[in-house]
Ligand binder design. Structure first.
Ligand SMILES: Cc1cc2nc3c(=O)[nH]c(=O)nc-3n(C[C@H](O)[C@H](O)[C@H](O)COP(=O)(O)OP(=O)(O)OC[C@H]3O[C@@H](n4cnc5c(N)ncnc54)[C@H](O)[C@@H]3O)c2cc1C
Ligand code: FES
Length: 344
């Protein structure tokens, strides 16, 4: 054995983490996220996307070294990072750790389904009445649970803040527990447990142009933001709405009404990625990311992205190339449980 290997002990394969709130200790493997280890240890650690997007698993790292699996500066504010916040699902240990959860400020309501309407062949509009106003910002999301049946799933509100009837756009995920239930058995007056608000996807202050990019049911939080801001703020907007075919477009007249009311320019561009050869579609064809270059943006512009993770991952480098700072790019990746197997 050489002298160097004597001086440098092999890194520990399993570290210890302590949750300061209740002093519980749990093992974290060197390639495992703090979230995954906490869940394995039976700790009721808050989480949703498991992909470093939703911020539900945000916690304070009080002691220890770690490796970040993704750029948390895209999600956490500078102030949060200075205070020591990390995303547990994106944090793997490089030493023993002490973490703490902040007080959960979300509220729980018994919601009653008031309507279930098909918007497209695979997207449903779900409306849920809650007994009092929820304190969410337009763009944030709720966790919906079917009592005694389906564990919480995250869905973004399409309704503006202050609504007592929450509106959601929910896409059918083949083999997905919640969405299959919603498309099949769910009925008016059924009770859903609603916990909200969550997430850091909401409109930031500023005067510079905005680019918004939605894919499929990712329209929900962006529509909520636009509904609330229409007629109130004056900023130019480029809004790219990506779907596969013309039959996948929805809420177009509502978006056009917002555009008419908007102070400043509102350039709405629906983009179809899979247009049939015989289609009469005269609008944009291709991937939404191919249309970012056309947007009129400045170095202080903000980008708001919502929808499939693959769309968001493709758009971020293009937005950065166009001069948008990472700290001005906000997104919610609509991950589902198929991501669980990627983050063990
Ligand atoms: C912050 C946030 C906001 C969201 N907002 C919306 C929204 O507004 N609208 C919307 O439509 N969606 C939204 N989503 C996605 C949504 O939360 C659900 O993930 C989605 O609806 C699928 O739920 P499900 O119960 O139907 O499917 P799931 O039961 O979660 O299953 C999804 C897929 O994963 C597979 N799967 C299940 N369990 C596992 C496992 N253990 N390992 C591997 N694969 C597995 C299933 O077979 C299926 O193919 C959001 C997600 C996040 C994180
Ligand atoms: S669960 Fe970690 S950011 Fe969503």
């Amino acid at each position: 054995m050489g002298i160097l290997s004597k001086l440098k002990p092999k890194p520990k394969k399993v570290y210890s983490a302590v949750l300061q709130n209740d002093g519980r200790e749990f093992p974290v493997k060197e390639k495992q996220s703090v979230l995954s280890a906490a869940l394995n240890a039976g700790i009721d650690f808050p989480y949703s996307c498991q992909a470093g997007s939703c911020t539900t698993c945000k916690c304070l790292l009080l002691e220890g070294e770690y490796l970040a699996l993704s750029d948390m500066s895209l999600i956490l504010t500078e102030e949060e990072r200075k205070r020591g916040f990390v995303l547990a699902c994106q944090t793997v240990p490089r030493s023993d750790l002490i973490v703490a959860l902040e007080e959960d400020e979300s509220e729980e309501f018994a919601g009653k389904i008031t309507s279930i309407e098909k918007l497209t062949h695979d997207i449903i509009e779900l409306k849920v009445a809650i007994p009092e106003k929820s304190k969410y910002k337009a763009g944030q999301y709720a966790n919906l649970t079917v009592p005694d049946r389906i564990a919480p799933r995250s869905y973004s509100m399409a309704s503006p803040a202050g609504s007592k009837e929450l509106q959601f756009f929910i896409r059918k995920t083949p083999g997905g527990e919640f969405s299959e239930w919603l498309f099949g058995e769910a009925k008016k007056n059924q009770i859903l447990q609603v916990r909200s608000p969550f997430g850091s996807f909401y409109l930031r202050e500023g005067n510079d142009p905005i680019i918004a990019i939605a894919g499929g049911s990712g329209l929900a939080p962006i529509l909520a933001i636009f509904k609330e801001a229409a007629g109130k703020i004056k900023r130019d907007v480029t809004f790219l709405f990506g779907v596969r075919e013309q039959r996948d477009l929805y809420c177009v007249s509502e978006i056009e009404a917002i555009a008419a009311k908007w102070k400043g320019q509102f350039n709405f561009v629906p983009v179809l990625s899979h247009v049939k050869p015989d289609s009469k579609w005269k609008g944009a064809r291709g991937l939404v990311t191919e249309f970012i270059a056309q947007a009129n943006l400045s170095s202080e512009s903000q980008a708001y992205l919502c929808g499939p993770p693959v769309m968001i991952d493709a758009a971020i480098p293009i937005l950065k190339e166009k001069g948008i700072q990472g700290s001005n790019i906000f997104f919610d990746k609509f991950t589902d449980r198929s991501h669980l197997s990627q983050n063990k």
